[in-house]
Design a protein around this ligand. Structure first.
Ligand SMILES: Nc1ncnc2c1ncn2[C@@H]1O[C@H](COP(=O)(O)OP(=O)(O)OP(=O)(O)O)[C@@H](O)[C@H]1O
Ligand SMILES: [Mg+2]
Length: 147
C-alpha cells in the first residue's frame, strides 16, 4: 500500500476530531519500493501529527506529493499558528519546542523533528520548513529515488 495513504488513513480521524480538513494528493504506484516506506511513514506521522496538533479548528492541512526520475518530494502545509522566524533554525534540535501563541505548551517530547531529520539525512535527503505566523507552516522533505 502507498505509505503516504497509509499514514493519512490512520491520522485522518484525529484531524476530523479536531475540526481540521485534511487532503492528500495520491502517489503514483511505480514510486513504491524506491524508498524505505517504514522510515518515511515515521517521518510523515510526525509531520502530519504536528500539523494536526498545531492547527486550530476550522483550519486546513494539505499533503502534496511530487516525484520525478530523481527524487520524491512531500510537503505538508497547515494553516496553523506558525513558527516565529527566530525559532526556525532551532526547530530540528532535540527536545525543542516553543510556547504556542496562546501561551500553552502542547504536549510532546520535542523529539519528532530531530528524529525525522536524522531519518531523512540517512536517506541523503533534505528536510526544511517555511513558516509565517499568520499564514501557517509548510514542512517539506525530498529523498532520492533508487531505481
Ligand atoms: N506544524 C507546526 N506548526 C507550528 N509549530 C510547530 C509545527 N511543527 C512543529 N512545531 C513546533 O516545533 C516543536 C518541535 O516539534 P517536534 O515534532 O520535534 O516535537 P513535539 O511534536 O513537541 O514532540 P514529539 O514529536 O516528540 O511528540 C513543537 O513542539 C512546536 O513548538
Ligand atoms: Mg512532533
Amino acid at each position: 500500500m502507498d505509505p503516504i495513504r497509509e499514514v493519512y488513513t490512520v491520522l485522518a480521524p484525529f484531524a476530523s476530531c479536531n475540526g481540521v480538513q485534511m487532503t492528500v494528493t495520491p502517489l503514483q504506484s511505480d514510486t513504491f519500493g524506491s524508498f524505505d516506506g517504514g522510515k518515511i511513514k515515521c517521518v510523515l506521522t510526525n509531520l502530519i501529527g504536528n500539523a494536526i496538533k498545531f492547527t486550530p479548528r476550522g483550519g486546513e492541512i494539505g499533503i502534496s506529493v511530487d516525484a520525478d526520475d530523481l527524487e520524491l518530494k512531500i510537503s505538508i502545509s497547515d494553516t496553523g499558528e506558525g513558527i516565529p522566524e527566530a525559532y526556525v533554525t532551532r526547530i530540528f534540535n532535540e527536545f525543542y519546542h516553543l510556547k504556542s501563541a496562546k501561551g500553552s505548551l502542547k504536549k510532546g517530547s520535542g523529539l519528532g523533528l530531530a528524529v525525522s531529520k536524522r531519518i531523512i539525512d540517512a536517506h541523503n535527503g533534505r528536510i526544511w520548513v517555511e513558516s509565517s505566523e499568520d499564514r501557517g507552516t509548510t514542512f517539506s522533505f525530498a529523498i532520492p529515488l533508487t531505481r
